[in-house]
Design a protein around this ligand. Sequence first.
Ligand code: MTE
Ligand code: MO
Length: 261
Amino acid sequence: MTKKKVKQSLTIDQKINRRTFISFGVFGAAVAGGVFGWKWLYNSPDEVKGITGGQRVPLRRALNKTEIAVRRLFYNENHLVKTYPKSMAAKNVRYNSDIGIEDNKPFDIAAWKLEVKKQNGETLNVTLADLKALPKTEIVFDFKCVEGWDQISYWGGVRLIDFIMHYNLHDQTRLQYVGMETPDKTYYVGIDMPSAIHPQTLLAYEVNAKPLPLDHGAPLRLIIPVKYGIKNLKRIGTISFSNARPRDYWAELGYDYYSGL
Ligand SMILES: Nc1nc2c(c(=O)[nH]1)N[C@H]1C(S)=C(S)[C@@H](COP(=O)(O)O)O[C@H]1N2
Ligand SMILES: [Mo]
């Protein structure tokens, strides 16, 4: 080997050593970052229970930021959820849960009226006959529950946006949220306005072209295909409009407030 060549090969070795050193350094820093990051998260306080509950503060913050970003990027009122032919709809519609509609609790379906609370404190009372007099919309879509099942089902009722227009509630749509509660107020959901006025969101009074049975939410339930089942409140007692987030049964227990699809 000439002197020059020896010098060059040493330089290459040195370069390799340097890279190895840097690689280990970066790896070490990543491990340390992971450990400290995890400890930081582990030691972070839980959020104060209220509208949402049961999550570490930084995780909830990240979830909220992701929610806003996803909504900006992908949520579009003109984007429709996939629909199916009626022939594909389940004949036996799955029944899930009955909070606020338990059959051992007294409920007088004949006396039922929908209570609509405007932000200014005014209240409207609407009967099922009033709702049935409005234009009817039907939808067959894949209903999805966060517990891991889904089913193509067929619903009929009044689009929430049609209801809003008919009852001159346009001004209420400038607010950020719609809240809905069962008549006994034990199950309740909060819905962001863009999802509430989405053209596929229904106040449903029929399933498979027949009046809703009690266990599916008679006389009126929410069908909101852009959201998971948890937001599809059965047996609506009151509808309200507000800028503050309405209380939400599952969000209080730590589920995502938005629960969009
Ligand atoms: N009042 C009320 N509405 C409710 C529920 C409930 O327990 N009570 N469960 C929700 C959940 S988790 C799902 S998946 C759907 C199921 O509707 P279904 O029973 O008609 O299939 O209703 C939603 N609406
Ligand atoms: Mo569900």
